[in-house]
Each structure stands twice: as structure tokens, then as C-alpha cells.
Design a protein around this ligand. Structure first.
Ligand SMILES: [Fe+2]
Ligand SMILES: [Fe+2]
Length: 281
């Protein structure tokens, strides 16, 4: 039985500034890149999972695939709200979102389901070591940022940890060939890298009223080098044929966040600084 939980949490990010963490502008930009990327990626993922359902014969895999798709659909919605807030301030950013969506439409139209499932499984496997590094160092990265934006990312990254093996399981059930996936790893990694680069270049051209450090600094400059290297090695290892997507080192914060959510805490402001209300006269 699938243990994925489909959560509906409101994150009020409508007034989020572009540099939502003034203490760490380059990390703010990286997370904004993720928002613009994720809207396209998660929509693509949902489409692919829906297509895969016709080829799933195991009820347990089916249940996992459906819950996984529901989680991803909510991620796309919440990041769309964040993207809309940024587009509201910089209307030309609509063109960036359109480019991401068009690019995923092209990928969807140009390849078979096997490729899409390999893309999904491969990229989702990368997320665990990458988001572990971010969650392990959340204080340095999020604590001084806008609480709703910071909490949106923390929630999303925890759910990525939660469903870390779902896309992989669907791939293994429907396609099954490690070599097919590995043969295409370079292709889908290039696609995501190119999109991330494009988004950043467009931000740089269109959002100019930010500190120059926003585009120049290493977003992880405050994280120890050893942790960055460990994450990079984990990302590399996640693509090996013998990769075990379930039994990965997990960030301790994942269990902590789940505990907060289960206790009914307001996880929409679980980290970061709440905006001080402007006094009315
Ligand atoms: Fe997601
Ligand atoms: Fe995911």
C-alpha cells in the first residue's frame, strides 16, 4: 500500500519579492529558477504518469503512481502561484514560463513513454541527495527569508524525499531496463541543465533591480564544501543501475517536518521570517 500523503497546504506567496531572502540573494534566484522549472516539469510528470497508468498491471504500483501524480500536481499549482507573483512584478517573465512549458511539450511529443519514464525516474532520483543537502543546511539558506516562500520550498523538498522512489518504481515496472534509462541519462540531464541556464539568463536580462551578487554568487556559498561534494557524489550515484532509491541517507529534517505536519502545526510558516504587518493609520 502506498504511504504517500496528498497534502493541501496554502502558501500565501502572492506578495513574494523576487529576492525573497535578502540575506542570500543568489539562493533566492536559484529557488526562483526551480519555481519556473518545476511548473513545466511537474506538469510533464503528471501527463507521463497518466499515460503510464494504462500499462501498470500491479495494483500497488498503480496506487503509488496515482498518489505520486497527485502530489506532483499540487507542487505545480503551488509553484505556479509563486511564478504568477513574480510575473506580476516583472510581466516579461511570462515569456520564461512559456519557454519552459513549450520545451516540455517538445520533449513530450518527441519521445516514447519509455523515455519519459526514464526521465522521471532519473531526475527524481537526483532530488534526494540534492534536497538532503538543502534541508540539512536549511538555517543558512532559508531562515532569513520570507516564511511563506521558504516554507513552500521546504514542504516541496520533504515531499520529494517522501516519494523518492515512486517514479523509479513505475519505470522499473513498465520499462524495467536499467540500460535504456542510463543510455538516456545524458539527454535528460542536458535538457534540465539547459532549461536552468535559460531561466537564469532570462532573469538576469529581465530582472535588473537586484544586487549583482544575486546572479554572481554561489547559492551554496554558505554550505561547507564537503557537504556540496557529498551531494554531488550522491547525484552521480543516483544514476547507477544498482541505485536503491528507497534506502538512501535521508535528511533528519524530513521526519521532523512530518512530525510538525502530523501534529497540526502551521507548516506554511515553519521556517523563515514572517512579514511584519504594516500598521494602518
Ligand atoms: Fe515535486
Ligand atoms: Fe517529485
Amino acid at each position: 500500500m502506498s504511504d504517500l500523503v496528498v497534502r493541501h497546504i496554502e502558501f500565501d506567496v502572492d506578495q513574494a519579492p523576487f529576492i525573497w531572502n535578502p540575506d542570500n540573494p543568489s539562493f533566492s534566484v536559484l529557488m526562483n529558477q526551480i519555481t519556473f522549472f518545476v511548473v513545466g516539469f511537474e506538469k510533464y510528470m503528471c501527463r507521463v504518469m497518466r499515460d503510464a497508468e494504462a500499462r501498470i498491471t500491479d495494483p500497488a504500483v498503480m496506487e503509488e503512481a496515482i498518489n505520486f501524480r497527485k502530489q506532483e500536481a499540487i507542487h505545480a499549482q503551488k509553484h505556479m502561484r509563486h511564478a504568477r507573483a513574480l510575473i506580476g512584478q516583472y510581466p516579461a517573465l511570462q515569456g520564461v514560463l512559456d519557454k519552459v512549458l513549450e520545451s516540455y511539450e517538445d520533449v513530450y511529443q518527441s519521445h516514447p513513454l519509455e523515455y519519459h519514464l526514464a526521465y522521471a525516474g532519473g531526475l527524481e532520483a537526483i532530488f534526494t541527495p540534492f534536497f538532503k543537502m538543502i534541508l540539512d543546511h536549511r538555517s543558512a539558506l532559508f531562515a532569513q527569508g520570507d516564511a511563506q516562500v521558504a516554507s513552500l520550498f521546504v514542504w516541496h523538498f520533504c515531499e520529494e524525499i517522501e516519494h523518492r522512489s515512486s517514479a523509479y518504481d513505475v519505470y522499473n515496472h513498465v520499462v524495467g531496463s536499467h540500460w535504456y534509462r542510463i543510455r538516456h541519462t545524458g539527454g535528460f540531464q542536458k535538457h534540465t541543465r539547459d532549461l536552468f541556464d535559460m531561466i537564469k539568463q532570462e532573469f538576469e536580462a529581465l530582472v535588473t533591480d537586484v544586487p549583482s551578487a544575486a546572479y554572481a554568487d554561489n547559492p551554496f556559498g554558505r554550505i561547507p564544501i564537503w557537504a556540496q561534494l557529498k551531494s554531488a557524489l550522491g547525484v552521480l550515484a543516483s544514476q547507477f543501475p544498482w541505485h536503491d532509491s528507497v534506502n538512501q541517507p535521508l535528511p533528519a529534517y524530513y521526519a521532523e517536518w512530518l512530525g510538525h505536519w502530523q501534529s497540526g502545526a502551521d507548516v506554511s510558516r515553519i521556517i523563515g521570517r514572517s512579514q511584519t504587518p504594516v500598521p494602518s493609520d
